[in-house]
Design a binder for this molecule. Structure first.
Ligand code: FE
Length: 210
């Protein structure tokens, strides 16, 4: 038996992975970047293949990892995590800087930036596992790195609050909130195949709040 709850006990950080395609810059939120070997300095990164960033990293073969800190506002997660860069410029109206490899990174609410060159890309069904060599690593601040758990407890809007902030539903209508990002679905029944339009998580990650 595989308990979902047990799988949630693993610890993760949160990062903005940025890359580009020609002049088009893009980035997304990931929770899986780890060091693979110290000498040479190599890291691994897993990206959901549904992400535009996956396509760009496969093509450009390089990326930056901005390590988010506990001061990161929910707005950063919405900007880079809950929309696709296919049809918008995620950097519009925000501050960014450029590292030696020509890619952008986030100078605010981050404590480090790693630049990496892809040496291997393995297809694992829903995700690509990238192995990459670190070409530059820079400390940006001494703030604490944010963990996925901290995001869940302190940054993401609480389901109840998110539901209440919305206009009241019609009488007798149910309300469901995505436990991952706080998106609110209105309706008596949540379809089994429903996919959260913000974070792309399935119906099982929703809970009924009304
Ligand atoms: Fe969601």
């Amino acid at each position: 038996m595989i308990e979902k709850e047990a799988m949630y006990k693993l610890t993760y950080g949160l990062f903005v992975v940025t890359t580009k395609d020609g002049e088009k810059h893009n980035g997304c939120i990931v929770n899986t970047v780890s060091m693979l070997t110290d000498d040479p300095k190599r890291i691994v990164l897993f990206v959901n293949k549904a992400n535009y960033t996956n396509e760009l990293v496969l093509k450009t073969k390089m990326f930056n990892v901005s390590v988010l800190t506990e001061s990161a506002p929910f707005e950063i997660f919405q900007r880079y995590g809950f929309s696709s860069g296919r049809d918008k410029d995620k950097f519009e109206g925000t501050r960014y800087e450029v590292s030696a490899n020509g890619l952008r990174y986030l100078p605010d609410h981050t404590n480090a930036v790693l630049s990496a060159k892809v040496v291997d890309a393995l297809d694992y069904g829903t995700h690509t596992l990238f192995v990459a060599e670190v070409t530059e690593a820079k400390t940006l601040s001494q703030e604490k790195s944010v963990t996925y758990e901290y995001y869940q407890n302190h940054i993401k809007p609480k389901p109840q609050a998110a539901a209440k902030a919305d206009a009241p539903t019609e009488k007798g209508k149910g309300k469901w909130v995505c436990k991952i990002c706080g998106y609110v679905y209105e309706g008596e029944e949540l379809p089994d195949d429903f996919i959260c339009p913000w974070c792309k998580h399935p119906a099982e990650d929703f809970e009924r709040v009304q």
